[in-house]
Design a protein around this ligand. Structure first.
Ligand code: ATP
Length: 364
């Protein structure tokens, strides 16, 4: 993250009726950062974005842009642009006119207007479509017009509210790459709202996972995925196995639950000093499957026999569900070309193992 602060949200609360939908929120977004607010429907991410844009006034707290307090500044005066899911293009204007609209309102001179529009259209690969109307465009093209219209104002930051929500999966992926490219090319700060964890993970420098108006965890994508601090984040970011280890021992920074008969479950406890019952998360792709129940597994690794409950082929990966002696179930993701998969079926016993680094202690 750059040391310059682009957007600061300081102690912001928004109350609708009785409910605080954003609750004493503190966030600092760095200059040029791609920052996402991620969370389930109703967690307050759109309301947060709308307060930054100025469409909602915080009940409490303040919002700063480049160090200046803009809490009471009207939306049109803020050097920000918002991109909406439904694009909000003017149907009666051409692509070029749509993009130029904001500059006209700002009374920019004709030469500068033409130059900026031409460059924004070029940047979004819309040059050949300049004279079309929005109805004559595909969804992806419309989205690019909406982006060009926002970028042409050279905003201090771009606010994006589920901008790809209306697109089909393939187009979504293409637009994700395109948005990343625009972000790289312009160096503009992006504040991005999504409920799609994969989208947030692929695009963001940092992600704030929100729940009930508060930040549950704030981290870069890899840390969020590999070291979720709460069960909520572990469950929300990808598939995760949550297991309770009852009264495990801690040996150095290794958590060990001895299951008897050489079986055990282990987890990395470097970042936590747990006591009593401990909840751990094990990522499905970190679990190895062996049909040989006597297979040798390093001492520090988990080693537990499971019974296969289900095997589901999902293209490049296959998802195996196995029941543990503790009564819990684990989901295991394997590459579909793993020969072990040919030897297992429902009700067969398998040896499951994972390195301590594949399991992570959850604090709550
Ligand atoms: P979604 O992805 O569904 O938009 P979100 O996380 O963006 O969810 P918000 O749109 O910020 O959530 O809404 C948070 C809560 O605030 C919701 O319960 C919503 O019904 C409520 N809310 C939003 N705007 C208003 C409003 N103008 N008046 C009353 N309640 C509102």
């Amino acid at each position: 993250m750059s040391t310059e602060r682009a957007i600061e949200i300081v102690g912001v609360t928004k109350v609708f009726g009785e409910a605080a939908v954003v609750d004493d929120l503190d966030l600092t977004i760095g200059e040029g950062e791609f920052f996402s607010l991620l969370g389930p429907s109703g967690c307050g991410k759109t309301t947060t974005l709308r307060m930054v844009a100025g469409f909602e006034r915080p009940t409490k707290g303040s919002i700063l842009l480049g160090g200046t307090d803009i809490t009471r500044m009207p939306p049109a005066k803020r050097p920000l642009n918002m991109v909406f899911q439904d694009y909000a293009l003017f149907p009666h204007l051409t692509v070029a006119e749509n993009v130029a609209f904001g500059l006209k309102v700002k009374r920019l001179g004709r030469d500068e207007r033409v130059e900026r529009v031409t460059s924004a259209l070029g940047q979004m690969r819309l040059t050949g479509l300049a004279e079309r109307r929005p109805t004559q465009l595909s969804g992806g093209q419309r989205q690019r017009v909406a982006l060009a219209r926002a970028l042409v104002n050279r905003p201090h930051a771009l606010l994006l509210d589920e901008p790809l929500g209306a697109l089909d999966l393939k187009l979504r992926k293409e637009m994700q790459a395109e948005l990343k490219e625009v972000h790289r090319a312009t160096g503009t700060t992006f504040l991005y709202v999504t409920h799609d964890q994969e989208e947030a993970l692929t695009m963001s420098d940092r992600i704030a996972v929100m729940r009930d108006g508060k930040v549950e965890q704030l981290a870069d994508p890899r840390t969020l995925y590999e070291k979720p601090t709460t069960a909520f984040v572990a469950g929300f970011i990808g598939t995760s196995n949550l297991i309770v280890l009852e009264q495990p021992m801690t040996v150095d920074s290794l958590l060990v639950l001895d299951l008897g008969g050489g079986q055990r479950m282990t987890a990395d406890a470097t970042d936590a000093a747990p006591a009593g019952n401990v909840q751990i998360t094990v990522r499905p792709e970190r679990i190895a499957l062996h049909t040989d129940l006597e297979a040798s597994v390093p001492e520090t690794h988990s080693k537990v026999i499971g019974r296969v409950v289900d095997v589901v082929y999902v293209g490049s990966t296959t998802h195996v569900t196995a029941g543990l002696p503790t009564g819990e179930q684990l989901v295991i993701h394997q590459l579909s070309d793993n020969p072990v998969l040919r030897e297992i079926a429902r009700d067969s016993d398998v040896l499951l193992s994972w390195a301590p680094s594949g399991a992570h202690v959850i604090s709550t």
